[in-house]
Design a protein around this ligand. Structure first.
Ligand SMILES: [Zn+2]
Length: 677
């Protein structure tokens, strides 16, 4: 069967479709030759008998990758037109490329077969309804897919081979560059190098990413940045928390090469996903492959520290908040030793005093879980207070002042970095000036642009100088001998100040915050208190667990008996006064209060005063008002008139009344008629 015999008049009545596509924009730009080949196919259609104006060109897939049909509008349009029976012939270069993956390809063939549509490529003319032709086309599609697979495998294989040897040239983080032989070296720019060294040293010292950011901000230091893929000129930016974490997590700074730190895949909907893998699952990791800023061991310990910080802060930065009223010394500073969350303070009255409990209850608030830990705070606060008095000694401060002088050395280092920044700005300004000087003054457009750049560089230089100067002034605020003496004197004073009764809770809390970073509590056999000081020093205290409430509250039985007896006649506040007058006091040595009498009565299940009288038949105001047929508000009047006898029930002016005798009731009713009517 020759080509011409496949084309019937029916085919010629329908349109010819020329489908043009190339996979990437780059191919479209560079490979115009293949575009020409594709258009040449339309000449073949004309030769086969289609009129020139009957040729429909579909080329809106130009510049789109051919991997999936769902994104290609042109291909879908083609399928639709063929399905509607509009096409007599479909033309395309290397027809197997029409639809690269098999599902698309088979679908189009199927539709072509059903609608008796012919297919034409450079090799020949096919009729998909014809079994032999279809087999040929199917084979071509499979071959094309196989080709793609081999191509991909070869590419990836090459990459993996290189990666395995650690030779794959991946973009480097700032501070590392490739030399002429593609070896990784430290950035020859001394300022960049120095900044990274200061960065890692700062983390080493503070052990916290956040604190590192703060140090950079405080000292006005900038962090270097290069363009995409480690190229382009160096720029300087503010250090952020994100950059800090990226830098600390990047193993290249430890001289290690790694590949396959993430796993990525495309789901059934064509969406791209990417997931970070734990270090054990990285595909390739080669240590000590090139120069770095820290050793592998330091890198690992940094990772460990970052993980700990994350857990210690409950996944987020803890906010201590300002000191509030209330005696709890450690409010806002306490961490739970079990789960790492911040503990809150709950106050309650105990022995007539406001006492704090430290509670870990975030889960219980948010998810209705039981409280994680609850620890009575009084003894802890006392122990911490003593610890502070012990720690803030002239000797300790002497040490602190020595540390201060070491800090001065570090400030000098920072100053040198800022100086370099000024020098660089100076150099760049010079360069911009020279560029401007060299340009032909008649070329106004270029000259104006260059002048603008020069002015900008001048502004940056002034800014860098200003920053450097102001920071230097701040740093220069060193401690004079006189100030040092003052600080030492204060240390001698500290215990007195701490214990003085005129010092408020809030001031004590402020002092604690100046000295302490945080305090971790954990209840075991005893209470383990881990105190972290501002400088990073750690002290562990072990306190006996507070006794259970009923043991603490054990009041002498004779006192309870006496309260029981007095309750028959007196209110709770009267009892408290009575007991105090007798010189009695609580087990903790405090005088009695109405509240404590109330609590003792409740804890020992003694009947209240009103219960006792009610049992004897005494009446409330309402009840007696009903009996004498008057408003409750008038009951007080009759009591004042001496007709009703009642006694005070409590301190709220509530009375309870003895049941009146019948003649008294009659008398009241009689007098009510004459008085009120
Ligand atoms: Zn907890």
């Amino acid at each position: 069967m020759n080509a011409e015999s496949k084309v019937t008049p029916e085919h010629l009545r329908r349109a010819a479709y020329l489908y043009i596509r190339q996979s990437t924009l780059r191919q479209v730009l560079e490979n115009t030759e293949s575009t020409e080949r594709q258009y040449a196919l339309s000449q073949r259609a004309v030769a086969l008998g289609w009129p020139k104006e009957g040729i429909v060109v579909i080329d809106n897939d130009q510049g789109q990758s051919g991997a999936s049909a769902s994104e290609r509008e042109g291909f879908q349009r083609l399928v639709l037109e063929v399905g509607l029976g509009k096409a007599g012939i479909v033309m395309g270069l290397e027809v197997s490329r029409l639809a690269r993956n098999c599902a698309d390809w088979h679908r189009l063939l199927e539709i072509c077969a059903l609608t008796h549509t012919l297919i034409l490529d450079e090799d020949g003319l096919y009729d998909p309804a014809n079994y032999n032709d279809r087999l040929l086309l199917g084979l071509k599609g499979t071959m094309s897919e196989a080709e793609l697979h081999v191509l991909k495998a070869r590419l990836i294989g090459g990459v993996l081979n290189k990666a395995q040897r650690g030779e794959l040239k991946l973009p480097l983080p700032v501070g590392l560059v490739y030399d002429e032989e593609d070896k990784v070296i430290l950035d020859p720019d001394q300022q960049v190098q120095q900044s990274l060294r200061v960065f890692f040293a700062t983390f080493e010292r503070t052990r916290s990413a956040w604190a590192t950011v703060q140090v950079f901000r405080r000292e006005g230091l900038k962090f270097p940045k290069r363009g995409l893929a480690g190229s382009g000129e160096i720029a300087w930016q503010e250090l952020t928390h994100g950059i800090t974490l990226d830098t600390l997590h990047n193993p290249r700074y430890a001289g290690a090469f790694c590949f396959g730190r993430t796993r990525s895949w495309t789901d059934t909907e064509g969406k791209h996903h990417c997931q970070q893998l734990p270090r054990e699952q990285w595909r390739f990791l080669k240590r000590d492959l090139h120069a770095g800023y820290l050793t592998w061991e330091v890198f690992l310990s940094n990772q460990e520290q970052l993980l700990q910080n994350l857990q210690g802060r409950g996944g987020a930065r803890r906010k201590a908040g300002p000191p509030r009223e209330g005696p709890a010394l450690l409010q806002g500073l306490v961490l739970c030793g079990k789960c790492g969350r911040s503990m809150t303070v709950r106050y309650h009255h105990r022995f007539g005093r406001l006492t704090p409990d430290y509670m870990c209850q975030k889960d219980c608030v948010e998810q209705g879980q039981p409280v994680c830990q609850r620890i009575a705070g009084t003894s802890i606060d006392e122990a911490i207070g003593q610890l502070l008095v012990r720690s803030v000694t002239p000797l300790a401060l002497e040490v602190a002042l020595n540390v201060q002088s070491e800090i001065q050395t570090r400030l000098a280092e920072a100053d040198r970095l800022r100086q370099q920044q000024v020098q660089r700005a100076q150099y760049e300004m010079e360069r911009a000036r020279v560029r401007y000087m060299r340009v032909d003054p008649n070329n106004r457009l270029v000259a104006d642009t260059l002048e603008g750049q020069w002015n900008e560089k001048l502004r940056l230089l002034a800014q860098a100088k200003e920053e450097c100067e102001s920071q230097r002034r701040l740093d220069a605020a060193q401690l004079t001998e006189q100030q040092k003496a003052k600080i030492l004197a204060l240390a001698t004073d500290f215990p007195r100040l701490w214990q003085e009764s005129t010092t408020s809770d809030r001031d004590r809390k402020r002092m604690a915050r100046l000295l302490l970073e945080d305090v971790t509590l954990r209840r075991e056999q005893e209470i383990i208190v881990q105190v972290r000081f501002k400088g990073g020093a750690i002290q562990e205290l072990r306190l006996p667990a507070p006794k259970l409430v009923w043991v603490v509250r054990k009041t002498k039985p004779e006192i309870v008996q006496e309260i029981d007896r007095l309750l028959d006649e007196r209110t709770e506040s009267q009892i408290a006064t009575e007991l105090n007058q007798r010189g009695w006091h609580t087990s903790a040595g405090h005088p009695f209060t109405m509240r404590m009498v109330h609590r003792l009565r409740r804890d020992h299940h003694l009947r209240s005063r009103s219960e006792r009288l009610r049992i004897k038949g005494w009446l409330t105001t309402k009840e007696i008002a009903r009996q004498i047929h008057c408003k409750p508000s008038l009951v007080k009047y009759w009591r004042h008139q001496g007709l009703l006898s009642g006694i005070r029930l409590n301190d709220k002016e509530e009375y309870i009344y003895e049941p009146p005798k019948t003649d008294i009731v009659a008398q009241i009713k009689q007098r009510a008629r004459t008085t009120f009517e």
